[in-house]
Design a protein around this ligand. Structure first.
Ligand SMILES: Cc1cc2nc3c(=O)[nH]c(=O)nc-3n(C[C@H](O)[C@H](O)[C@H](O)COP(=O)(O)OP(=O)(O)OC[C@H]3O[C@@H](n4cnc5c(N)ncnc54)[C@H](O)[C@@H]3O)c2cc1C
Length: 460
């Protein structure tokens, strides 16, 4: 282990790995410490394994829909252990690619928890060794937050354990109304579990456009996912044939698994940050400026530990911008505006930009274009489902400031609409684009009638 390095990165997840590789490419001597597995949350127990389970769960619809298209399928069987083993093999392959890429870039990987002893010294808890570093990058990500310490909390799992259940639960209760809760709800529902979602608020997907929230809830309920709002889990008791879950303002429910997806918290505990004077922000993450620099100039932080926008591509951009700024001589800010995002539920949600309510708060005039329709595939399959597409337009400039889709391939569509939104495309630009027929996406360039116009009254 070198006694002194140019950069010590704590955490080999999305942000840390990118920052380490690019910094080493600029000639920096870099060490990266990882206490669990290289790849971090996204690769090991987040986006990637989640999407693989989503794919698995979606076959159920395909098999059902096939009948209307003339197919007869013989007996269908699903084997959870096969899925989990195949998923784990793929995750191990990606982890190996990450390790190889770091080694090729001459980044030294240490398998240990790392903590700060002073502003320039990192301690590796596995060996007790210390390393001096000119710069330190905190890229420790975040972890599941279980909330209040209710009776029987130890019977509840988080998304971490959901990826490794020994068997598919016949009945599962998921507490939470955010994207992780809803993605797992549709994964388990598609694979055949009986799913109940419990959420303390009025409706699922807080922070999303109200039409998206209503539409998705209706669609999930059509799929027999039970959604109980304005309630929380009050206690969990192990009984003979499962877990009895006590709820506030609702009768108890008996299930085989209880999963909490009640938010995530930055991994800052025990790192020694506050002891050496690194300030925390109002949202509980490490406080940073637009260059990801903390209150101590040579210490930086990127990704979920800063609790800005907790998504993999954002962590990667922040890690890259850090390397460009500090070792590449190119001061680079990350643009956190208009980040496209998806919920890989069934149906899928894809959104970018402002919700109708946000636009009404910030713009003088807002035009809304909206369409709900039966997707073409559902005609022969007979599936009871509808797609929602909505554009939020600045009524004065005509600029499309928000796009919201609930339906098949919404994530894929919103990635591309993201380019148009970033280029400040107007509704007229959308209209000038020829429709591609027959697609669902053509609806986005053929919405002629305004569904609503909101004009803000000038302040008295
Ligand atoms: C179930 C789930 C699904 C998700 N789906 C998506 C998705 O579809 N799309 C998307 O964009 N994002 C998704 N995310 C979010 C995404 O995974 C994170 O935003 C992203 O991984 C953040 O990267 P990061 O580098 O900040 O941290 P992480 O990837 O969390 O990496 C941090 C690493 O630091 C390590 N570490 C922590 N403390 C120490 C220490 N003291 N010493 C050494 N190592 C340490 C951890 O073990 C971890 O490997 C999902 C997350 C979850 C949980």
């Amino acid at each position: 282990m070198p006694e002194e390095v140019d950069l010590f990165v704590i955490g080999a997840g999305s942000g840390g790995v990118r920052a380490a590789r690019i910094s080493a490419g600029y000639g920096a001597r870099v060490v990266i410490a990882e206490e669990y597995r290289v790849g971090g949350t996204c690769v090991i127990r987040g986006c990637v394994p989640k999407k693989l389970l989503v794919y698995a769960s979606r076959f159920a619809d395909e098999f059902e829909d096939a009948a209307g298209y003339g197919w007869t399928l013989s007996e269908l069987k699903f084997d959870w252990p096969t899925l989990i083993a195949n998923k784990d093999r793929e995750i191990a392959r990606i982890e190996a690619v990450y390790i190889a890429n770091l080694e090729r870039a001459k980044v030294k990987i240490v398998r240990s928890r790392a903590v700060l002893l002073d502003p320039h010294t990192v301690k590796l808890t596995a060996t007790g060794e210390t390393v001096r570093a000119k710069h330190i990058l905190i890229a420790t990500g975040g972890g599941p937050h279980r909330g209040a310490d209710i009776a029987g909390i130890d019977h509840a799992i988080s998304s971490n354990e959901a990826f490794h259940l020994p068997e598919l639960p016949k009945r599962i209760l998921i507490q939470g109304g955010g994207y992780i809760a809803l993605e797992f709800a549709t994964i388990f529902n598609g694979l055949g579990s009986d799913v109940t979602v419990v959420y303390r608020g009025d409706n699922i997907l807080r922070g999303f456009d109200d039409d998206v929230r209503k539409h998705l809830r209706t669609e999930l309920e059509k799929r027999a996912i039970k959604i109980i709002t304005k309630a929380t889990v009050d206690g969990i008791e192990k009984i003979d044939h499962g877990l009895c879950v006590e709820l506030t303002d609702h009768e108890a429910i008996v299930v085989d698994e209880v999963m909490f997806a009640t938010g995530r918290r930055p991994n800052i505990a025990g790192l020694g940050l506050e002891e050496i004077g690194v300030k925390m922000g109002t949202t509980g993450g490490v406080a940073v400026d637009e260059f990801s620099q903390t209150s101590i100039p040579h210490i930086y932080a990127v990704g979920d530990v800063t609790n800005r926008i907790n998504l993999t591509p954002v962590a990667i951009r922040e890690g890259h911008a850090f390397a460009d700024s500090v070792f590449g001589g190119k001061p680079t800010r990350v643009d956190h505006a208009d980040v496209p995002t998806a919920v890989f539920s069934e149906p899928e949600v894809g959104v970018i930009g402002l919700t109708e309510a946000e636009a009404c708060r910030t713009l003088a005039k807002v035009d809304i274009y909206k369409s709900t329709f039966r997707p073409m595939k559902a005609t022969l399959s007979g599936r009871d489902t509808r797609t929602l597409m909505k554009l939020v337009v600045d009524g004065h400039t005509g600029r499309v400031v928000g796009a919201h889709i609930v339906g098949a391939d919404a994530g894929e569509m919103i990635q591309l609409i993201g380019v148009a939104v970033k280029m400040k495309a107007t509704k007229a630009d959308f209209d000038a684009t020829m429709a591609l027929h027959p697609t669902a996406a053509e609806e986005l360039v053929t919405m002629r009638e305004k569904a609503a116009t909101h004009v803000r009254q000038a302040a008295e």
